[in-house]
Design a protein around this ligand. Structure first.
Ligand code: IMP
Length: 181
């Protein structure tokens, strides 16, 4: 992780630049490709925060892998605070029964969203269920849940960019940075 001069007025600090993110995603993709060889992988992106990470991660998976992609959408945040209550806004279209599910998240903070999502998905009886998150804020956990694949562990600060938003803005920034308050 290298701290850099902010590239956008909404950022007080850049935590992860484009090259750092790209290199780590390549490593995650190689690991996932090897772990899921010969299996039926169903990648489930959590809208909307994971879309940029998911798109880049998918392109690093081996062409020989049997991969299906689906999405879920939940809502638990208002501004910078988790509301605690997780609402499902969009459910899976494909049937996950018997498949190896990989849930792709932008960030795990309190763990409430992930705990709720994994409980819902387990009810569909997948063959397996793992989680891949770009960012992990372990200091903020309210529920002891640990994703198998983690891009970067970051401190307890509100971050934006590379898919992550503040009230639906800043998702398009190519870096991950701390939001200026
Ligand atoms: P959790 O339920 O507290 O773990 O929060 C998970 C969700 O909250 C993520 O999928 C994000 O949408 C959002 N979130 C948590 N921390 C941040 C942040 O620092 N920036 C932007 N969104 C965040």
């Amino acid at each position: 992780m290298s701290a850099q001069t902010p590239t956008h007025p909404a950022l007080s600090k850049v935590l992860l630049d484009e090259n750092t993110i790209k290199a780590r995603i390549r490593e995650l993709g190689a690991q996932i490709t090897s772990d899921y060889a010969g299996r039926r992988l169903m990648v489930v992106g959590v809208l909307k925060g994971s879309v940029i990470f998911l798109a880049d991660l998918l392109r690093t998976l081996g062409a020989e892998l049997d991969v299906e992609v689906d999405f879920v959408a939940v809502s638990s945040y208002a501004g910078k605070n988790s509301t605690g209550a997780v609402r499902t806004l969009l459910d899976l279209r494909a049937d996950p029964e018997g498949k190896d599910l990989l849930l792709v998240e932008d960030i795990v903070d309190t763990g409430l969203t992930l705990a709720s999502l994994t409980e819902t998905l387990r009810a569909h009886r997948p063959n397996s269920l793992e989680v891949c998150t770009l960012l992990d804020k372990p200091d903020c956990r309210k529920i002891p849940i640990q994703p198998k694949y983690v891009g970067f562990r970051i401190p307890n600060e509100f971050v934006i960019g590379y898919g992550l938003d503040y009230d639906e803005r800043y998702r398009q920034l190519p870096v991950v940075g701390v939001m200026r308050t």
